[in-house]
Design a binder for this molecule. Structure first.
Ligand code: HEC
Ligand code: HEC
Length: 368
């Protein structure tokens, strides 16, 4: 397994809610009882090829991949919004509104599958989706490739990294973007704490971590991403959709849309909770703006319990400790900002960097 070493490190330190690690070596009768095994794991950035990362970084921020030159990956996955979007659901080209809230790209590498319903196996496979999705970037790869070929910066980079006759291919574009995404991992104070530094997070965050495990959140939100290891039903104990109200949408069917298996209805990939305080609104439907409210709903519909105010605020403090730093070269340098790519009069401004979204609204399906 790819993360075997991470697991070992985490097992070595993570299980220790106690104080002196030296004492835990010996298992004499005087050793305090072992705390419950730690279901969360220390995040360790994967090895990446930085040349590909720099290429992928510009592609990610460049509306050149969209049909009318107005939308980039960063429009819906802004580094300034925890890698997600501030809207309930996504706006694609020409202001079209998608059916579902965009998850964060930060640490997505650690998710066992991509998308809420798991329909892409890898980041590279995923990256092909939005480009050709009519409601998102609304183009085709042959068209996108033709545009990329007119930009000397890309021509040079693709040639030096991938070589060969015509290196600007769908395969290589998605490979570079996926490599950039693999670079977008955010080690947090909580990781320092898990690795043995008791003082890395506040006492309240430590309490929140304990509560998170005690009440049962960690039975689904586990592993290195505090999520991203399994599908689970939204509304395991109580009917979420009834409590939410409104019409059921296709997006609400979750994994069922992929398998057509009745047992998968309303199942979603358990999302990561890293950087979650930055990625409002919440849930696949983006229906909840307040994170405390999302936590209470989880208590009710997934665990059948009413969390107290104190429990909720402790869990929120724990979430704060999961907020990480972007790696040093995550942001596109000013000098590489792409020129305006807009081909048709766009309703909003062309979002070149960081993803100021084009405001606009009519409804339409499926996103990626
Ligand atoms: C118009 C908005 C929009 C654009 C543009 C867009 N995305 Fe997304 N992205 C979404 C939405 C919405 C989802 C969730 C769709 C679903 O699960 O059905 C998503 C899902 C993802 C995921 C899966 C994360 C996870 O945890 O499942 C990744 C990774 C991702 N997008 C990367 C990208 C990349 C790379 C690009 C550019 C090539 C891009 N996106 C362009 C809106 C967008
Ligand atoms: C039975 C599995 C399960 C349990 C237990 C569970 N969750 Fe979740 N959680 C999920 C799933 C599945 C989703 C996605 C649901 C959706 O979007 O419709 C989710 C979503 C969330 C979100 C929204 C994240 C986002 O980016 O939109 C938060 C916050 C959250 N859970 C916190 C908690 C907390 C806190 C607890 C404990 C009180 C908890 N969860 C217990 C499965 C679970």
């Amino acid at each position: 397994m790819r993360h075997a070493s991470v697991l070992l490190v985490a097992l070595a330190f993570g299980a220790c809610d106690c104080n002196e690690s030296a004492d835990t070596e010996s298992s004499t009768a005087t050793t305090p009882p072992e705390p419950a095994p730690e279901p969360l794991r220390v995040l360790e950035p994967p090895e990446v090829n930085m040349d590909k990362v720099f290429l992928g970084r510009r592609l990610y921020h460049d509306p050149i991949l969209s049909g009318d030159g107005t939308i980039s990956c960063a429009t819906c996955h802004s580094l300034d919004h925890g890698g997600a979007e501030p809207r309930r659901s996504s706006n694609g080209i020409r202001g079209q509104v998608g059916p579902i809230n965009s998850p964060t790209v930060l640490n997505a590498h650690f998710n066992f599958v991509q998308f809420w319903d798991g329909r892409a196996a890898t980041l590279q496979e995923q990256a092909g989706g939005p480009v050709e999705n009519p409601l998102e970037m609304g183009t085709t790869f042959p068209e996108a490739i033709a545009r990329v070929q007119t930009d000397a910066w890309y021509v040079e980079r693709f040639a030096s990294i991938y070589g060969g006759e015509s290196p600007i291919t769908k395969e290589n574009i998605t490979d570079a973007i996926a490599e950039y995404e693999r670079y977008l991992v955010t080690p947090s104070p909580f990781d320092a704490y898990l690795a043995g530094n008791q003082d890395a997070i506040s006492e309240q965050a430590r309490r929140g971590h304990a509560t998170f495990k005690e009440v049962g959140c960690a039975s689904c939100h586990m592993g290195v991403n505090v999520g991203g290891t399994m599908y689970q039903k939204m509304g395991l104990i109580a009917n979420y959709f009834e409590q939410r109200g409104g019409e059921l949408t296709d997006a609400d069917m979750g994994r069922f849309n992929v398998t057509r298996n009745e047992a998968d209805r309303h199942f979603f990939k358990v999302p990561t909770l890293r950087n979650v305080t930055r990625t409002a609104p919440y849930f696949h439907d983006g229906s909840v703006e307040d994170l405390g409210q999302a936590v209470r709903i989880m208590g009710r519909v997934q665990l059948g319990r009413e969390l107290t105010d104190a429990q909720v605020t402790d869990i929120l403090a724990f979430f704060e400790s999961l907020n990480g730093e972007l790696p040093e070269h995550a942001r596109l340098p000013e000098a590489e900002t792409p020129p305006s790519r807009a081909t048709a009069p766009a309703e909003g401004a062309a979002p070149a960097e960081g993803g100021a979204p084009a405001e606009g609204a009519e409804a339409a399906p499926t996103a990626g």
